[in-house]
Design a binder for this molecule. Structure first.
Ligand code: GAP
Length: 507
């Protein structure tokens, strides 16, 4: 019997679990860590690889219209001029001159405190779910502390990009609580710069890529000339991207080094882009369901027309309900032919496609589904984590922590457990099945401790099945006990049935 509950602070609980069980560590922790960078431990590396492999298999290998690519991380700097990143890949930044803290201007909110129609001061707060309530409470505190009488108006929050120049000196810094130290917003380019070669002058400047997408555009002609592809077709890539985020936060949700899985789907200039866009949104949602994310946590956000770049026809984000709010997981953008046209213009190399049917040349348009591996990783953990109160047949209750991960992504697929470690026949049979399973699957062999405790250890890391080699195995029909993680149900299973089960569920 089990009763399920969610911990009060799911994020804190997950961060602790990730550290304790070797999913994610802060990078360079022995030196105090480095903000916005993370390491994936033994289980995290497996889970991440599984996410990547599922995407690659479904997106590239199991389709006839998509090919893969692995382009270099550092590309010619002109790539980033053509793409608009040198000019425009910026976030608005506000400095606090006293505390030396930096804020993204669009994430720092303020409001005038208005009493009886007169502005008596300003309050500020960082973006969050309850920004209005926080600012209202701060306004009430300010009024009370200053002993001001009269009716306090409801606060009207704005972000710092909307602050007028005469307001900036009056807005308190969230770090000090005092006005006068915030700077006006300025543009901050998020690309990491480096130098290539021995010289460190302007001619050697290069960038760590802030997205994988440009590799696909820059290699478009190479793929067309060598890949036997015909429109519509896609080029997909998985790889690291780097952004010097002003405020990396929410664990691995927004970091400075992360991994993207992007696909550029090239279509005819006259194709029905809206239909194709919709098909890709649906494909992405179905894929997320296939790796175990619940539909109830997914939603769509259509970027308003007035906020789209001039070349964009439409962008829809697939949103996920994280513990810290509903946030972007996967962006699906209809980008027209902007990127290819820009590269044609800046490189002087044509980026046209010759259509055999119409004998016409044109620059194809593109639909781009772009997602972060780390964001999927976090979503999978958030949705999978559960704490249960379980009661055994003797009526004893205890807390069970379980990660309900899909077998497709679970870092360990099966744990092999000999019932007793001091019985050589059990151990020998367990080692044999372990050897066979690990030729194909990530499996874990554990002979230490009571069997119940071993089951709990596997529950906590999301292992879908445990097989126990017991006396029935060696004395009777050779079957094992198969214990299922979610229901905790147990049944006997033959070796070939176990392989068939894995074949069906792990793909
Ligand atoms: N080529 C388009 C592009 O890069 P984006 O919306 O900036 O679009 C795509 O990024 C996806 O990459 C996002 O939906 C998100 O999943 C992931 N992503 C972006 N910035 C990230 C960051 N700082 N940390 C982790 N993931 C990030």
């Amino acid at each position: 019997m089990s009763k399920q509950s969610e911990p009060a602070n799911l994020m804190e609980t997950l961060v602790a679990l990730c550290k304790r069980r070797g999913f994610v560590f802060p990078s360079s922790e022995i030196y105090g860590g480095i903000n916005g960078f993370f390491d994936y431990g033994p289980l995290g590396a497996e889970l991440k690889k599984n996410i990547r492999d599922c995407w690659w298999n479904d997106m590239v290998r199991r389709r006839d219209d998509i090919v893969g690519l692995e382009s270099s991380i550092i590309m010619h700097p002109k790539v980033w001029e053509a793409s608009g990143h040198v000019e425009g890949f910026t976030d608005p930044l506000v400095d606090c001159k006293v505390s030396k803290q930096r804020y993204r201007a669009d994430q720092l909110f303020f409001a005038p405190v208005v009493v009886d129609g007169k502005t008596v001061g300003y309050v500020s707060a960082l973006e969050g779910d309850a920004i209005e309530a926080e600012l209202q409470a701060a306004a009430e505190t300010l009024k009370r502390k200053r002993g001001i009488q009269g009716a306090l108006a409801t606060v009207q929050p704005r972000d710092m990009t909307q602050a007028k120049s005469d307001e900036i000196a009056l807005i308190p810094s969230p770090a000090t609580g005092e006005p006068g130290s915030l700077t006006p917003p300025r543009s901050f380019n998020m690309m990491f710069q480096t130098n290539v070669g021995a010289m460190t002058d302007a001619s050697s400047v290069a960038y760590l890529r802030p997205e994988t997408a440009q590799g696909m555009f820059a290699d478009f002609k190479n793929v067309v000339d060598t890949g036997r592809v015909r429109l519509p077709f896609g080029i997909a890539q998985i790889g690291k991207s780097f952004r010097n985020e002003i405020t990396p936060r929410n664990f691995i949700f927004r970091s400075r080094e992360f991994e993207q899985m992007e696909m550029e789907y090239f279509i005819h200039e006259d194709a029905d882009w809206a239909k194709c866009h919709r098909e890709w949104i649906d494909w992405c949602k179905d894929w997320l369901l296939s790796i175990g994310l619940p539909e109830s946590h997914l939603s769509e956000y259509n970027h308003p027309k007035e906020k789209l770049a001039f070349y964009s026809k439409g962008t829809t984000d697939i949103m996920f309900k994280y513990p810290f709010g509903v946030q972007e997981l996967w962006g699906v953008a209809a980008r027209g032919n902007y990127d290819l046209s820009q590269h044609a213009k800046c490189s002087g190399k044509p980026m046209e496609y010759f259509d055999e049917a119409t004998k016409r040349k044109f620059v194809p348009h593109v639909i781009e589904p772009a997602v972060g591996v780390d964001r999927i990783f976090l979503a999978v953990l958030c949705a999978g984590y559960a704490e249960e109160e379980v009661t055994d047949e003797k009526g004893n209750t205890e807390k069970r922590v379980v990660l309900r991960l899909s077998p497709r992504v679970a870092p360990v697929k099966v744990a092999v457990l000999p019932l007793l470690k001091n019985k050589p026949e059990l151990v020998a049979r367990a080692e044999e099945i372990h050897r066979r399973l690990k030729r194909k699957y990530a499996v874990f062999y554990d002979e230490g401790g009571a069997i119940g405790r071993r089951y709990r250890r596997q529950d906590e890391i999301g292992t879908p099945w445990c097989v126990t080699i017991d006396f029935e195995t060696i004395e009777k029909d050779g079957t094992f006990t198969l214990r299922e993680r979610d229901s905790m149900a147990q049944r006997r299973i033959r070796e070939e049935e176990l392989f068939a089960l894995l074949e069906e569920k792990v793909f």
